[in-house]
Design a protein around this ligand. Structure first.
Ligand code: ASP
Ligand code: MG
Length: 597
């Protein structure tokens, strides 16, 4: 018998009809032979209404009374839901956070879970009941009612699914699931059946789904499969789960961020501390930086570029000017009207031709890429905004995402197979879940990974036109070389530089391939360094916490480490340093984020 946790958000339980509709689903799941735990939110806009009501009475509602008030929203929902289920002839019991035994600290309105008791829920399930649990709430040591912060029902649902070791946690929403791209932009967009946690995390801030990144990261940690399903139709939704190796498509989806602007700091000194200075200025103004790139310095001058939402450009330029002033060197330039096209897919870890395929599709469509950045499972390119729709279509078509059979890129090879991780032993589970929950909002950086086996290849002065990157990465992919990190900074005078890293063992082979390719490119030069290390700083707080870049580059600069290449994605920063600096850089970063063993 499987155990299913089902979470229904506020709009799914807004009125009696909708509650009855949910109850039917719940009962159907039970009758299909499952044990069911349901987590519900407050009805419709109830929570907002209650907040408004409190404000009408006092400008400063006491937090304890606020939680007493807000928790009633979920209490109302569980009672009504239990009635609706019973009406359909199935036994059900509603439980508040208190009755379940969700113990929290006393930080009213944003309490942290300290302990979850499973006994009462297990007993109720064993007696044949459907358990209807109130989301968003708990109780502190003195029996005060607490709440977990807005949107907290997702937290309750994933936490219960983790401690109960549920087979799946179903999240009912108002979307059909996760799509290969925004169906409003591309007609051929298709709903994805299954996507990995990491792919989903790379997509969330792109509006790829409605779930909170924190809940996805949490589910990933405990390997709780999340099924995002529509509440109002019979659609079977999208499963967010550990990666499936063999049959997983190489690429899952393509995303577009329309309104970005580029800030480029040129002629910066090439020494430790420069990036720290830049990021400090950005953090002071809380500018949400997106794609960050630093290319390899030439003649001791470095160039750093990043993108910001178009609306933040003016602020970002002021901050950049301040940074240049404080460094005593550099020039600030900017570019507007660019969009970011990103391809996300776990298969990039194992297939050499993904970048080549993406660049090829763009070049066939006549689209030039202004900047390129990559992570293990994502490649992003900046394109002119007036070509963004063409670019999106070209890439969606190029990977044949409209078909539901996995299509591999037309170039390159599949290599390396992922190993799978076992589930955690039961005895450690609850303690671990709870300690993880307690620090859930604090964890900005979750891991710093070091790969000392890297080599860097840089091709300078290539023409800044469609097709060049495609040629380079096609040659490399067909030679069976796995590229780890790609960096292309904004070009100047119709020329640009392209840097990437490959495993050291593949360097010789890669150089042969590239040398042959560029031999008839006038002016292009090749340089490389076989002794490099790649540091990857991972975490879902990178985007929401503008200070992460600052802290990270400050730590590296304090340790005297010169950064050679930088790139970013939604959930990681990649930094390339000399191999001789690797150990101290790794140490400095672990210390900066409190991650020492
Ligand atoms: N009712 C709470 C809120 O609106 C919790 C939730 O919906 O998840 O934030
Ligand atoms: Mg709500």
């Amino acid at each position: 018998m499987a155990l299913i946790v089902q979470k229904f958000g506020g709009s799914s339980v807004a009125d009696a009809d909708r509650i009855r509709n949910c109850a039917q689903r719940i009962v159907a799941s039970k009758r299909a032979g499952n044990q069911v735990v349901v987590v519900v939110s407050a009805r419709g806009d109830k929570t907002d209404e209650l907040i408004e009501l409190a404000r009408a009475i006092t400008a400063n509602p006491p937090p304890r009374e606020m939680d007493m008030l807000l928790a009633t929203g979920e209490q109302e929902s569980v009672a009504l839901m239990a009635m609706a289920v019973q009406e359909l002839g199935e036994p059900a019991i509603s439980l508040t956070g208190y009755q379940i035994g969700i113990l929290t600290d006393s930080t009213f309105t944003k309490a942290r879970i300290r302990k979850i008791s499973v006994e009462r829920m297990r007993t109720a399930l064993a007696d044949g009941n459907i358990v209807i649990a109130a989301g968003f709430q708990g109780i502190d040591e003195d029996f005060n009612i607490t709440t977990l912060g807005r949107g907290g029902s997702d937290t309750t649902a994933t936490a219960l699914a983790a401690v109960l070791e549920a087979d799946v946690c179903e999240i009912y929403t108002d979307v059909e699931g996760i799509f290969t791209t925004d169906p409003r932009l591309v007609k051929a967009a298709r709903k994805i059946t299954r996507i990995s946690y990491d792919e989903m995390l790379e997509l969330t801030s792109l509006g790829g789904g409605k779930m909170h990144s924190r809940s996805i990261e949490f589910a990933k940690k405990y390997r709780v499969p999340l099924l995002v399903r529509p509440a109002y139709t019979a659609g079977d939704g999208t499963l967010i789960a550990p990666q499936l190796d063999e049959h997983a498509p190489v690429v899952s989806s393509v995303a577009l961020v329309k309104s970005e602007a580029i800030v480029n700091l040129r002629e910066l000194p090439d020494r430790p501390g420069v990036l720290a200075a830049v990021f400090t200025k950005m953090a002071e103004r809380k500018i949400p930086i997106d794609m960050v790139i630093q290319d390899i310095a030439e003649n001791s001058v470095a160039s750093v570029s990043f993108t910001v939402p178009q609306d933040d450009l003016a602020d970002a330029l002021t901050a950049a000017e301040e940074a240049v002033k404080s460094l005593g060197a550099g020039r600030v330039q900017h570019g507007t009207n660019v969009s970011k096209v990103s391809v996300v897919g776990s298969g990039m870890r194992t297939h050499t031709g993904v970048a080549a395929q993406m660049f090829h599709s763009l070049s066939q469509a006549g689209v030039n890429m202004t900047m390129i950045t990559t992570s293990e499972i994502k490649i992003s390119a900046l394109v002119n905004r007036d070509q963004s729709q063409i670019a999106l279509n070209a890439v969606h078509d190029g990977f044949a995402l409209e078909k539901d059979t996995a299509t591999a890129p037309s170039v390159g090879y599949a290599q390396r197979v992922e190993e799978s991780h076992p589930r955690m032993p039961r005895a450690d589970l609850e303690r671990d879940v709870v300690s993880r929950l307690a620090s859930m909002e604090d964890i900005v950086v979750s891991d710093v990974h070091l790969d000392e086996q890297q080599a860097r290849v840089t091709i300078r002065r290539v023409q800044d036109r469609p097709g060049i990157a495609a040629e380079v990465f096609t040659a490399v992919a067909e030679g069976g070389v796995m590229v780890d990190m790609i960096v292309q900074n904004v070009g100047h005078d119709e020329l640009t530089d392209l840097s990437f890293t490959v495993p050291r063992v593949d360097l010789e082979r890669c150089l042969l391939l590239v040398r042959e390719l560029i031999s008839d490119w006038p002016g292009a030069t090749l340089s490389y360094d076989g002794e490099m290390a790649l540091l990857t700083v991972m975490g879902i707080g990178l985007r929401s916490h503008t200070g992460v870049g600052e802290r990270m580059f400050r730590a590296l600069s304090d340790a005297g480490v010169n950064v050679q290449l930088v790139n970013t994605s939604e959930i990681r920063f990649g930094v390339v340093v000399a191999r001789t600096d690797a150990a101290k850089a790794h140490q400095a970063l672990l210390a900066a984020f409190g991650l020492q063993a």
